[in-house]
Design a protein around this ligand. Structure first.
Ligand SMILES: [Cu+2]
Length: 159
């Protein structure tokens, strides 16, 4: 067995300790800190091309996170949207991110923030399940399954 000279051993030891400390210093990633509660997708009438997913994003960590994109096999295009009032009319607008402040719940609901499912690959009927992958700003991902529900509120389509 070859004995390494002392300085080399010391260097190796320092590096090992440095790496071992990383998980303790770094805060939990978004997928760990953020839990998804009450997710659901709007049922659509036959022939309707788009739908939306709603949910409560609960951040149990101290650090703020953000949802930056989402993906689903149920739609060819998935965008993050919000509703804005333009000339007294509510309309939808695509946004880059949905902030999820630490220790708070961020709610995606009809008339507000939502995950827009555009160009549906199948009809979404009440009782179905839709798989959605949420992608956070730190690169972590969370896969969820959301039941399809009938929602009565009117939706405006202004893309
Ligand atoms: Cu929308």
């Amino acid at each position: 067995m070859k004995l390494f000279p002392y300085p080399h051993t010391l260097l190796t030891l320092s590096v090992s300790i440095g790496l071992a400390c990383v998980p303790l210093i770094a805060s939990a990633d978004a997928a760990q800190s953020v839990s998804v509660v009450d997710a659901y997708v709007r049922a659509v009438a036959p022939g309707q091309q788009s739908s939306a997913a709603f949910m409560r994003l609960r951040n149990d960590g101290d650090a703020g996170h953000a949802l930056v994109s989402a993906d689903s096999a149920a739609a060819r295009i998935v965008e993050l949207h919000t509703h804005v009032k333009v000339d007294g009319m509510m309309s939808m607008r695509q946004i880059e991110r949905i902030d999820i402040p630490g220790g708070e719940d961020t709610v995606l609901e009809p008339g507000g923030l939502h995950v827009m499912l555009i160009d549906l690959t199948r009809q979404l009927e009440a009782g179905d399940d839709v798989s959605i992958t949420l992608v956070f700003q730190d690169g972590s991902e969370k896969a969820i399954r959301a039941p399809v529900r009938k929602i009565r509120t009117k939706m405006h389509h202004h893309h």
